[in-house]
Design a binder for this molecule. Structure first.
Ligand SMILES: [Zn+2]
Length: 292
C-alpha cells in the first residue's frame, strides 16, 4: 500500500508477509464453495488462488503519523515467536519500518486491535533471553476487556480452542511488567486525530482505529473482515471468532456507517493496495480499492 495522506495525518503500511490462507469453506462459518466462487469472479484476481480457491492473506501493521504522535497499529507476528510452529522472514517488516526513517524509540503509542498472535508479535522482542517491549518509549493501549480475557485464559490454562499457547505471556505481560501497558475502555481518544472504536465479536474487546483529519476519515479494521468475501457476505464469521454472531453484527454496523461517512478502510489482511471504500448493495457491500 502506498502512503496515504489524510489531512495532517500520514498512514503507511508495514507488510510482514503474505500467504495463501484457507479456502472460504474452511475459514467462514456458513459459507459454501459455490457462493465464494461466484463472488471471486467479480473480484481482483490477486485476492484468491484460482486453482485451489484459497484466499490470499496479508499480514501488516499500519503506522499513523499525526502532528502529535507516531502510532503503530497492530504488530504482526514478530520475531522468535512460536519458533517451532511458524517460520517467516522478519526482514521485510523491519526494513520497511526503518525505511520510514524511524527507530523503535520513536513510537509513542502501540495499539493492538485485539490480542491474537498475528496482531501482537512485535509488541516484544528477545533481548538476552528475555522478552522486552520492542518500543521502549511507547504506551501500549489494550482494551481492558480483551486484556483481562486473555490474562485469565493464560492464568487458568483455559485456552480457547484454535488459539496458540503463551501469546499473552510473551506479547503482553512483559509490556505490563515494564509499566508500559495502559488498559482503556470504550471509545478511548488517543490524540486529537486518533481514537478507538469498539467492535467486539472477533474477540471480546476487539476495536478498530478511527483516524480523522481535515474532514476526512479512515478506519483501521483489524480483523473486522479477513477477506473481501465478507463484504459480499457480511454474515460470514470465522471459527476463530470469540462470538461469530456478534462479529457479524459489528461488521454490518461498521460497514454501514462507512458507506455513509465515505471513510477509507484499512483492513489488516487485505493484500495491497489494501485501502478502500465500501458502497451499499442491498444488505451487502462492495469494496473498492483506493486509487493511490
Ligand atoms: Zn488477524
Amino acid at each position: 500500500m502506498q502512503d496515504i495522506r489524510l489531512g495532517d495525518v500520514t498512514i503507511s503500511a508495514i507488510l510482514e508477509h503474505q500467504k495463501l490462507g484457507l479456502t472460504p469453506e474452511q475459514l467462514f462459518l456458513g459459507s459454501d464453495a459455490e457462493t465464494a466462487r461466484r463472488h471471486y469472479a467479480e473480484m481482483e484476481p490477486f485476492l484468491y488462488d484460482a486453482e485451489t480457491g484459497r484466499i490470499v492473506l496479508a499480514f501488516q501493521s499500519f503506522l499513523i503519523r499525526t502532528p502529535k504522535n507516531i502510532i503503530m497499529v497492530d504488530t504482526c507476528n514478530g520475531a522468535d515467536k512460536l519458533k517451532d510452529k511458524i517460520v517467516w522472514d522478519t526482514r521485510p517488516w523491519l526494513d520497511r519500518f526503518h525505511q520510514l526513517g524511524l527507530t523503535f524509540a520513536d513510537v509513542d503509542f502501540v495499539l493492538c486491535t485485539h490480542l491474537h498472535i498475528d496482531h501482537t508479535g512485535w509488541n516484544t522482542r528477545l533481548e538476552q533471553g528475555r522478552w522486552v517491549p520492542t518500543f521502549p518509549n511507547a504506551t501500549y493501549l489494550f482494551q481492558k476487556r480483551e486484556y483481562v480475557y486473555w490474562q485469565r485464559a493464560a492464568e487458568t490454562g483455559a485456552k480457547p480452542p484454535r488459539h496458540q499457547d503463551d501469546i499473552w505471556q510473551i506479547n503482553c505481560l512483559p509490556v505490563a511488567e515494564a509499566g508500559q501497558a495502559e488498559l482503556v475502555e470504550g471509545a478511548h481518544e488517543v490524540d486529537a486525530y486518533v481514537s478507538l472504536l469498539p467492535t467486539p465479536g472477533h474477540s471480546p474487546g476487539h476495536y478498530c482505529v478511527h483516524i480523522h483529519s481535515g474532514g476526512l476519515e479512515a478506519i483501521a479494521l483489524g480483523d473486522l473482515a479477513h477477506h473481501m468475501l465478507q463484504c459480499r457476505e457480511p454474515g460470514w464469521s470465522t471459527p476463530f471468532c470469540w462470538d461469530p454472531e456478534m462479529a457479524a453484527r459489528s461488521r454490518m454496523k461498521l460497514l454501514s456507517e462507512a458507506v455513509q461517512s465515505r471513510a477509507l478502510l484499512l483492513p489488516t489482511h487485505f493484500p495491497a493496495p489494501t485501502a478502500g471504500r465500501v458502497t451499499a448493495d442491498g444488505e451487502r457491500f462492495r469494496y473498492h480499492f483506493h486509487e493511490a
